[in-house]
Design a protein around this ligand. Structure first.
Ligand code: SF4
Length: 374
């Protein structure tokens, strides 16, 4: 492994609107590249511009804290920053990959987030996150912290092939149990499940069963994308070595013309429906539950996330809704919804039912309809 120290010009990644998967408006990559080197990692894709051989080389943004101090302000005092979780993880490098032991950029960022009173959502595959239990519990008591781990499955043997350089799922689950016992909300990102390997009913059932045993607060699910170029080539080369018999099946569901690397809609419908049935059986929330963000977000963002969740729950059932359109239109508004109560129907995508739901959310920070779907 080679580590290159670099000076970044900016750190904070600002989303155009609230991201309802992570309930976050802001994220960051403290490292570029990832020596965890999971064979399916989409950080390899050319569009992320990670230079060199992915998996062998990592860039550490050694001036990250200095820049973050300028970009972030204490919550509530940042002129243009809106309250949400700050997302640590995902993107193009795990925040707790081995290089973090030396540079401690993630730990120092947590210290800054505590100082500035921001809630934090950590997503990792590394049990090194336990090192920061002191800070994470303090952040949780002050505002809130969520610790999530990503899994392609909870099966140790399969994981050893797909993600050989991270702690096995059994260790990741132990760490989640450890944080749960400390009172920190925890989630599983069962994402991506790998076609014909970890997307089977047995594997998904096993993963959700483990999530339930530990009492995880939610499971977020998603399928694999394979972007044409480095990511797809690396994955297919690995597949050729380990599971050559699967290649023809992959050719059927991943067509080269999809620029986002998505599999066919039919395939995603099948696995989403499978996940939905099992998650409902185990009564596990399929998105971050509102109790974990209702006191954090602005009222418009809260409504946006709730409507996007509703749209997702209905899509999982194979139904279409206009909640997604309404959420998008609301995310563009400059006025708080509470001063537009009589004009909600003027918003694109808001009909009678959506209006009722929005008014209920504004009134009580909950929705009976949402509760009925979970
Ligand atoms: S841990 Fe995440 S960022 Fe790192 S290689 Fe694996 S999938 Fe990619």
């Amino acid at each position: 492994m080679t580590v290159k120290e670099i000076k970044a010009k900016s750190i904070l990644r600002k989303h155009k609107r609230i991201d309802s998967w992570f309930v976050s408006r802001y994220g960051m990559n403290l490292y570029r590249g990832c020596t965890h080197n999971c064979i399916y990692c989409d950080g390899r894709a050319e569009r992320y511009q990670v230079e060199g051989s992915f998996g062998d080389k990592v860039e550490a943004k050694t001036n990250a804290l200095e820049i973050l101090r300028r970009e972030l302000k204490p919550i509530g005092r940042g002129a243009k920053l809106k309250p949400s979780y700050i997302m640590l993880g995902g993107g193009v490098g795990d925040s707790y990959q081995p290089v973090e032991e030396k540079y401690q950029l993630t730990r120092r960022t947590l210290q800054l987030l505590y100082e500035y009173r921001w809630p934090v959502h950590i997503l990792t595959k590394s049990t090194l996150v336990e090192r920061d239990i002191d800070l994470i519990t303090r952040l949780n008591e002050q505002e809130r912290a969520i610790v999530s781990f990503s899994f392609s499955s909870t099966n140790n043997e399969t994981s050893a092939v797909l993600e050989p350089h991270v702690p096995p799922p059994s260790e990741r689950l132990k760490t989640l149990g450890f944080f749960k016992r400390k009172g920190v909300a925890c989630g599983m990102f069962l994402l991506p499940v790998i076609p014909f390997l970890t997307d089977t009913p047995e594997m998904i059932e096993e993963s959700l069963g483990r999530a339930r045993e530990i009492g995880l607060d939610f499971v977020v699910f998603g399928g694999l994308t394979l972007k044409i170029g480095r990511q797809k080539e690396f994955f297919f080369n690995s597949l050729r070595q380990k599971y050559p018999e699967l290649l023809p099946k992959y050719a059927q569901i991943y067509e080269d013309k999809n620029v986002w690397g998505q599999a066919t809609g039919k395939y995603y419908s099948q696995i989403n429906s499978l996940f939905n049935d099992i998650a409902r059986k185990y009564k596990i929330p399929r998105r971050i539950p509102p109790r974990l963000f209702k006191d954090i977000l602005s009222e418009n963002d809260f409504v946006v996330v709730m409507l996007e969740h509703l749209d997702y729950f209905l899509r999982l059932e194979g139904k279409r809704s206009s909640f997604g359109y309404a959420a998008y239109a609301i995310s563009k508004l400059n006025s708080p919804l509470s001063v537009m109560k009589k004009k909600l129907r003027d918003i694109r995508g808001v009909g009678e039912k959506t209006e009722r739901i929005i008014l209920e959310i504004l009134e009580s920070k909950k929705s009976d309809y949402y509760d009925s779907l979970i």
